[in-house]
Design a protein around this ligand. Structure first.
Ligand SMILES: [Zn+2]
Length: 451
């Protein structure tokens, strides 16, 4: 590829927690890399660089999502690598890590390599892939973790299906740790959540829906943390949703267990009360039992949200991950108990996180850290920084600009979100990946690899 013209992003509010950068400045990109911050006039490249005026906007490392369901292979009617990565770019994410609960499951070198090859052809952002722990995600026989790791798996998980077999989890931790890769688990006790459609509490009693207590998560998370301690293994807690889980992680970290943790935007900002419906604002009303409120682990209570937010501020939880889970309309257009779980989240994650900033529950720089260097470090990814020489993965957004969530405008094939019609704040204007302009808000269809 011919070297692209140098680009100067001028006058934006640069926030890069990886180098404690938080000030107004200019960012220069050359040959797909960050080449200077505040270049002196003499250092400007020969010829006219392209200048992008970022005054009034925030300029950060591209966001990193370590937990996204891109549905390839097998569920292309829900999402493709093209649609999922365009959604990522529109949401400010320049790196996404795909989950392996596909058909076939990503449990072998050949399937994983096929996904990476498709990503080369279709993806507009960086794509990494998690490998499965067990063959077919059946929880019986360990997959060839070494082969998967060689092929590029960044970690191992049977996410989507809880891994109940303690011996298998022990072995996974032992092998994965030798490979230097984290293991994660959809930590919900299968017996306790069997038949459950939501979190067990006052709301579930009122609605008469089958429910499971937060202990379903805490029991399995406790086991995993104990096995991580036993094996000196590297464990990553995904979609932590309960205040009790925060306590467990904090205690494990205090004992020196090699553990990191993520939380989703929805578990930080939404509660089970939403399943009883929403009447305000009028543009965003939801009837009771709307299946777009169904997710696993389920939305919990206000006290859980508060504990999770506190855990972000004090470092018990290391990062935010979307658990982007697109579904087709027919997956959700059924009775609540039968509906598929999950939300389309890549295009609303920033606004959800910024809602915590706008209500003074989280500092802006902390929010950016949790979306950039925080997740990158959990998996050792070369991303999430504007340090000189780094790939020019850059996101430019207006944190205050209001928009109304309109799923019909999502780039994702999944329109399933409980946020439809809500006014929110925080609009991505530009996304760059390796210096390529993969998303431009003024022409949102423009994103291509070579743009
Ligand atoms: Zn999960």
């Amino acid at each position: 590829m011919a070297p692209r013209q140098p680009l100067v992003i001028r006058g934006g509010h640069l926030i890069d927690p990886s180098q404690k950068l938080d000030r107004i400045g200019d960012l220069m990109i050359e040959d797909g890399k960050i080449s200077a911050i505040d270049p002196p006039a003499g250092q400007l490249p020969l010829g006219e660089p392209t200048v992008l005026d970022a005054s009034g906007l925030v300029v950060t490392p591209g966001f990193v999502d370590i937990h996204a369901h891109l549905r390839v292979p097998g569920f292309e009617y829900k999402e493709t690598l093209a649609s999922g990565t365009r959604a990522a770019a529109a949401g400010g994410f320049t790196t996404v890590c795909a989950m392996p609960n596909t058909n076939p499951v990503i449990d072998s070198r050949s399937v994983l390599e096929a996904v990476l090859e498709q990503a080369t052809e279709q993806a507009v952002v960086n794509v990494y892939v998690h490998g499965a722990i067990s063959i077919g995600q059946e929880g019986v026989q360990l997959a060839e973790l070494g082969d998967l790791s060689d092929a590029g798996a960044i970690g191992f998980t049977d996410d989507g299906i809880p891994l109940a077999n303690s011996k298998l989890m022990r072995h996974a931790l032992e092998y994965a740790t030798q490979l230097g890769r984290p293991v994660s688990n959809h930590a919900e006790d299968p017996a306790l959540i069997a038949g459950a459609a939501m979190h067990e509490g006052i709301i579930s009693s009122r609605l008469g829906l089958p429910a499971a207590p937060r202990q379903a998560e805490e029991i399995m998370l406790s086991r995993d943390l104990l096995l991580a301690e036993l094996t000196a293994g590297r464990y990553h807690c995904i979609h932590v949703s309960s205040g009790g889980s925060v306590d467990l992680i904090k205690r494990a970290k205090d004992r020196g267990v090699n553990v990191t943790a993520e939380v989703t935007p929805h578990h930080l900002t939404l509660t089970d009360a939403l399943i009883a419906g929403r009447t305000e604002p009028v543009s965003a009303t939801l009837p009771p039992y709307d299946t777009n409120t169904k997710v696993a682990p389920p939305l919990r209570e206000q006290a859980d949200c508060e504990a999770l937010i506190k855990a972000l501020a004090d470092g018990t939880i290391d990062c935010i991950a979307t658990d982007h889970a697109p579904h087709a309309l027919h997956d959700k257009d059924v009775e609540f108990a039968d509906a598929a779980v999950g939300f389309t989240a890549l295009e609303t994650a920033l606004a959800s996180v910024l809602s915590l900033v706008h209500t003074n529950q989280l500092k802006l720089a902390t929010a950016i850290e949790l979306l950039t260097v925080g997740p990158a470090q959990c998996y050792g990814l070369p991303a999430g920084t504007l340090k000189l020489g780094s790939p020019a993965d850059v996101t430019i957004f207006d944190p205050d600009e209001e928009f109304i969530v309109d799923p019909t405008s999502f780039h994702s094939r999944g329109k399933n979100t409980p946020l439809a019609g809500l006014p929110m704040h925080g609009v991505v204007h530009h996304t760059f990946v390796n210096g390529a302009h993969v998303y431009d808000r003024s022409s949102p269809e423009s994103g291509t690899l070579s743009a």
